[in-house]
Write a protein that binds this ligand. Sequence first.
Ligand SMILES: Cc1cc2nc3c(=O)[nH]c(=O)nc-3n(C[C@H](O)[C@H](O)[C@H](O)COP(=O)(O)O)c2cc1C
Length: 177
Amino acid sequence: MNNGIILYQSKYGATRKYANWLAESTGFSCMETKKATLAAVQPYKTIVLMGGVYASGVAGLSFLKKNLLGLKGKRILIFAVGASPYDEAAIEQARQHNLKGELSHIPLFYGRGSWNLEGMTFGDRTLCKLLLKAVAKQDPSTYEPWQAALVEANANNGAFDWSDKAYLEPLLAALKA
Ligand SMILES: Cc1cc2nc3c(=O)[nH]c(=O)nc-3n(C[C@H](O)[C@H](O)[C@H](O)COP(=O)(O)O)c2cc1C
């Protein structure tokens, strides 16, 4: 199953880690989505697009949207990496939010990434602190999974790494099928 390429977009390293793990397991080539061109992916039958989740959006989807016509006939799979715990309902929500129209048939997989408030850019840290403040005002019993994860991460000095190779198993099983 090594006729494939992994495209990844990672701001803080967790998605890059998953991309490297997947490349080791599959023998697929690996490149940053920002550097990818239609010509570069043309030789491959399978494309796995891996992207960090920022404010509910999966990074790098624009490559697929822009090149959809040229990618016809290829097998495409998406792996999103976020701080929220694995939750089928939340993944379905992310599907509906990110994979609209012509992207709606693409399978979406999910793995948990990392969270390091101090390591973030000033803009990201400010945004995440604002989110935390808003969540802190809520009754914990009403938290969405991502809100609970945010509070949990912040309790650990703002640093957590949940990345785990096991999250790749459903994607690996789909690639083998
Ligand atoms: C500005 C910002 C917004 C984020 N928004 C979300 C989000 O909506 N849902 C989520 O699950 N994680 C969110 N996260 C957490 C990231 O998805 C997580 O840190 C992931 O590891 C990012 O991938 P990367 O390490 O490859 O950059 C956000 C992180 C940042 C910095």
